[in-house]
Ligand binder design. Structure first.
Ligand SMILES: Nc1ncnc2c1ncn2[C@@H]1O[C@H](COP(=O)(O)OP(=O)(O)O)[C@@H](O)[C@H]1O
Ligand SMILES: [Mg+2]
Length: 245
């Protein structure tokens, strides 16, 4: 039986439609993720993957239905409390990493704590936030010499690991990743996924990872596919999204 009360992520009858559109872009009857689950969301370009992540992060509000994280219905929070909830409980890995080039490697990681007292406290239980960032970077095999260098001097592979460290610091319950492997060759992609899984598992993080690359699905504990209304004419669209255990 699905234990929704203990769920980290719970979507119920969740719909999202852009203004002026005649179809729902997102139409998910039910999706529940427990702590430590790794969900793969695949779909072609334009199928709504980024929009779904933005619904989970509370950046967008659903047109109908519920997005509940850690027992909190995001729609019941004010916009500023939603921003705070995101900063406190979610780590985000963006497609382009979104690292700030003029900050050092360590500063890019600690930035995630700048907006969240909760992350600050959790990162720095026994040390300083900066030290926590260095420890994380070290665990991700970034050389000491890179810590105080401007992050744009690092290789792309290293910048990815910095993005992972920034998502992990402060122990968020949820990590969302938007096609972080799309620019990587197979070897680097595999290495990146191994690293992400290892770190998420060590922290019982729930991971939601989107990609257009269906080859990756097998590595995840769960997988769903987003389809556009064009792909699924008529009533079949109701089944366009289903969680396959
Ligand atoms: N700010 C926006 N306003 C209106 N439509 C948007 C906006 N952002 C995205 N869309 C539309 O939503 C659809 C899905 O976009 P997106 O979630 O970015 O897909 P994906 O990440 O799967 O490529 C696209 O058709 C896109 O044109
Ligand atoms: Mg996208």
């Amino acid at each position: 039986m699905i234990d929704r009360a203990a769920a980290v992520v719970c979507l119920e009858q969740t719909r999202f439609r852009w203004p002026g559109q005649s179809n729902d872009l997102i139409d998910i009857d039910e999706l529940t993720l427990q702590a430590g689950e790794h969900l793969f969301v695949r779909g072609a370009s334009g199928s709504g993957k980024t929009t779904l992540l933005n619904l989970l992060a509370g950046v967008h509000t659903p047109t109908a239905g519920v997005v509940r994280l850690l027992g909190t219905d995001l729609a019941e929070l004010s916009a500023s409390r939603r921003d705070q909830f995101r900063a406190d409980h979610i780590g985000v890995i963006f497609q382009q990493f979104n690292l700030l080039p003029y900050l050092s490697t360590v500063e890019n990681v600690t930035l995630a704590c700048a907006f969240s007292a909760r992350k600050r406290e959790r990162a720095a239980e026994s040390t300083e936030v900066k030290t926590a960032a260095r420890n994380l970077l070290s665990a991700l095999n970034l050389p000491d010499s890179s810590y105080d260098a401007p992050v744009n001097e690092l290789s792309v592979g290293q910048q990815q690991r910095v993005a992972v460290a920034r998502a992990l610091i402060g122990g968020p319950e949820i990590i969302i990743a938007d096609e972080p492997t799309s620019a990587l060759d197979t070897e680097n992609r595999d290495r990146f996924l191994e690293l992400l899984f290892r770190e998420a598992e060590a922290r019982s993080c729930t991971l939601v990872f989107v990609s257009h690359d269906p080859q990756l699905a097998g590595r995840f504990t769960r997988s769903i596919e987003l389809r556009t209304a064009d792909d699924m004419p008529g009533d079949a669209a109701d089944d366009a999204v289903g969680a396959s255990p």
